[in-house]
Design a protein around this ligand. Structure first.
Ligand code: GDP
Ligand code: CA
Length: 336
């Protein structure tokens, strides 16, 4: 990997975990590879899950892209973890009065501005990649945001409610049911007709380092890798691939990733998730894997499975800690 600036880093990311990691990475790169103007010479491209996207109240909503855009744009509600800070909900109340949308899925007024702008771009014929770039122009992101695909893929979940089988949108299971009803399986609606965008394939091919953010391994990273051709592109890349564990001491740090792992028969442990991704030398994805210090015991186990594993602090409780974590991920890539 070229260490003299201009290094290209491609990150596969979901929403909240992805956003926190990318914010830390941006901070680290500004220090490690300064461009003299407050930014960095390093180029970061985030390939973002769009499986949680949906049409709601006539608008295209892209939760993971927006979590990243708001967080890097400094507009995220960090306390709540998602959405805009200083948000109000007047429009949402009107929509509910009309019986439009999902009453349990509040779209804030400022957030609705994003969805209206995006839907307007899409109606004008822009691709989601182009629409995302137009939205991103407004914010000082410092990284490039790419949806994994321009074709819609929606994650649906097969659940049993009161003994009846229902297939619901992922966000309904996640937000309305708080993942409290067991998922029987996930269905990627539209996946057959989808492909990665040329920009995504280029970002993977040209990367000096590929990072798997500490995002949900099933419905964020798993969905990205499920776009036909995308996993193969990652496997064929010349860059080392480093994953950061979203599981610490047997628990999903924030959110309910354990419910997703259970549904696909993977234990909620960092070892099981790493083995699920697999060692690159054995046909899987990972050259290296970062676990939390609390999981240091998994290091030899994973080394035996062919995955170079390092124990470092994994809690992204503030930007400084996230930045340290990003530096550790890049160091793990260099050790290859
Ligand atoms: P979502 O799309 O908003 O659900 O977000 P992601 O898929 O990006 O990530 C959600 C996952 O990130 C959570 O289930 C956690 O496992 C993981 N996560 C969240 N915060 C942290 C953190 O501080 N450290 C680590 N290592 N993982 C985290
Ligand atoms: Ca998500």
């Amino acid at each position: 990997m070229g260490l003299n600036g201009g290094v290209k880093i491609t990150v596969l990311a979901g929403g909240v975990g992805g956003a926190r990691f990318l914010r830390g990475l941006r901070t680290h790169l500004r220090e490690a590879y300064p461009n003299g103007d407050g930014g960095s010479t390093a180029e970061v491209t985030a390939v973002v899950n769009t499986g949680d996207d949906m049409w709601l109240t006539g608008l295209r909503v892209c939760p993971d892209l927006d979590s990243i855009m708001y967080t890097l744009g400094g507009a995220n509600d960090d306390e709540r973890g998602w959405g805009r800070k200083d948000e109000s909900e007047r429009v949402s109340a009107e929509l509910t009065a009309y019986g439009v949308g999902w009453p349990w899925f509040t779209l804030g007024d400022l957030d609705l501005g994003t969805h209206i702008a995006r839907s307007s771009f899409l109606r004008d014929g822009l691709t989601l990649t182009e629409a995302t770039a137009r939205l991103a122009e407004r914010w000082p992101l410092g990284i490039r945001l790419l949806p994994m695909s321009d074709q819609p893929i929606e994650t649906h979940v097969d659940i049993l409610v009161d003994g009846k089988r229902r297939i619901v949108h992922f966000e309904e299971w996640w937000v309305k049911y708080r993942a409290g009803v067991p998922a029987q399986r996930f269905i990627q609606v539209g996946v057959e007709a989808a492909r990665p965008t040329p920009s995504v394939l280029r970002a993977i091919e040209q990367a000096d380092v590929i990072l798997l953010a500490p995002s949900n391994p099933v419905v964020s990273i798993g969905t990205i890798l499920g776009v036909p051709g995308l996993r193969a592109a990652v496997l064929a890349a010349r860059a080392p691939i480093v994953g950061v564990s979203p599981i610490i001491a047997g628990a999903a740090v924030r959110g309910m990733a354990d419910a997703c792992l259970t549904a696909i028969g993977v234990e909620t442990t960092t070892t099981a998730v790493a083995k699920h991704y697999g060692a690159r030398s054995r046909g899987g994805l990972l050259d290296a894997w970062l676990v939390d210090e609390a999981d240091a015991a998994s290091t030899p186990v994973l080394a035996a499975a062919g995955i170079r594993t390092t124990a470092v602090p994994l809690w992204m409780s503030d930007v400084a800690k996230s930045s340290r974590l990003a530096a550790d991920a890049l160091a793990a890539a260099r050790r290859g």
